[in-house]
Design a protein around this ligand. Structure first.
Ligand code: B1M
Length: 209
């Protein structure tokens, strides 16, 4: 019987050797790969998100937890069959045009991936056209990050571009970043705002429920 509790603890503690050892052991015992992900790794990462949201964990703890999760996922991935692990949704995430900050955006991407979303990371300085392309390629959620007051309006411009392309109604747009607020979210007609990476997961889950 796979030790899912210890697997969760290994992810929460960012213990890469232990996370990979337990994952390999579970695979060798014949545990379903999807159970390893759903009952061992993802619940661990969700706890990390909660702790980050509550200021019990800081950026370094989240990064090492994500490293443990990724190491274990790399062992499981080759055994996951098509349809084994349907993603909650496909999220195209990027920092908006003109903005090169990516530390917060990467944390959000990691938390979403850890929670079972498929993430298309478009990087930094992402033009509205690139987000449109990602939606055409299958993304149903567009996640926009901005760290500068001068680039924050590009969140609104990206939403306008999605509307002009006739794609806005088919996607959820979520936004965040240091200067971004719920008031700005309401003003530009985005679907959801969250102040940090941990609460982004809860917010998006509620939005697509
Ligand atoms: Co820049 N920078 N920077 N910078 N930088 C800030 C943002 C600034 C506040 C510093 C300051 O003046 N006090 C200031 C902005 C002022 C303003 O606009 N009001 C600033 C400036 C001015 C600049 C330059 C213009 C400086 C210059 O060249 N004159 C320049 C701009 C370059 C550009 O983007 N075009 C610049 C450059 C840089 C570096 C390249 C040197 C570097 C970025 C490196 C990198 O990201 N790879 C950098 C850094 C590191 C910072 C600070 C110090 C830290 C940002 C950070 O990573 N925070 C920052 C000052 C500060 O915040 N103390 C500053 C940690 C990160 C975990 O938090 O990104 O807020 P954050 O993400 C959080 C939440 O915001 C939220 O979740 C995350 C985790 O909880 N979140 C989302 C973020 N995206 C989200 C998306 C969501 C939901 C939540 O949904 C989709």
């Amino acid at each position: 019987m796979a030790d899912f509790n210890s697997m969760q603890e290994a992810v929460i503690g960012g213990n890469l050797p232990e996370a990979t050892r337990l994952t390999q052991e579970a695979l060798d015992e014949g545990t379903a790969p999807s159970a390893i992900v759903n009952d061992g790794l993802i619940p661990g990462m969700l706890v990390v998100g909660e702790k980050f949201k509550n200021n019990e964990f800081y950026v370094p703890e989240v990064l090492i937890a994500a490293r443990a999760m990724k190491g274990a996922m790399a062992l499981v991935k080759p055994f996951l069959k098509e349809g084994d692990m349907p993603a909650l949704a496909t999220v195209a995430i990027g920092t908006v045009q003109g903005d090169l900050h990516d530390i917060g955006k990467n944390l959000v991407a990691m938390m979403l991936e850890g929670a079972g979303f498929k993430v298309m990371d478009l990087g930094v300085d992402v033009s509205p056209e690139k987000f449109i392309e990602a939606v055409s390629d299958g993304a149903s959620v567009v996640a926009l990050s901005a760290l500068l007051t001068t680039t924050m309006p590009n969140i609104g411009r990206t939403i306008e571009a999605l509307k002009e392309a006739g794609l806005k109604d088919g996607v959820k747009v979520i936004i965040g970043g240091a200067p971004v607020t719920q008031a700005y979210c309401d003003e530009i007609g985005a679907d959801g705002y969250s102040p940090d990476a941990g609460s982004c997961v809860d917010m998006l889950k509620a939005l697509i429920a």
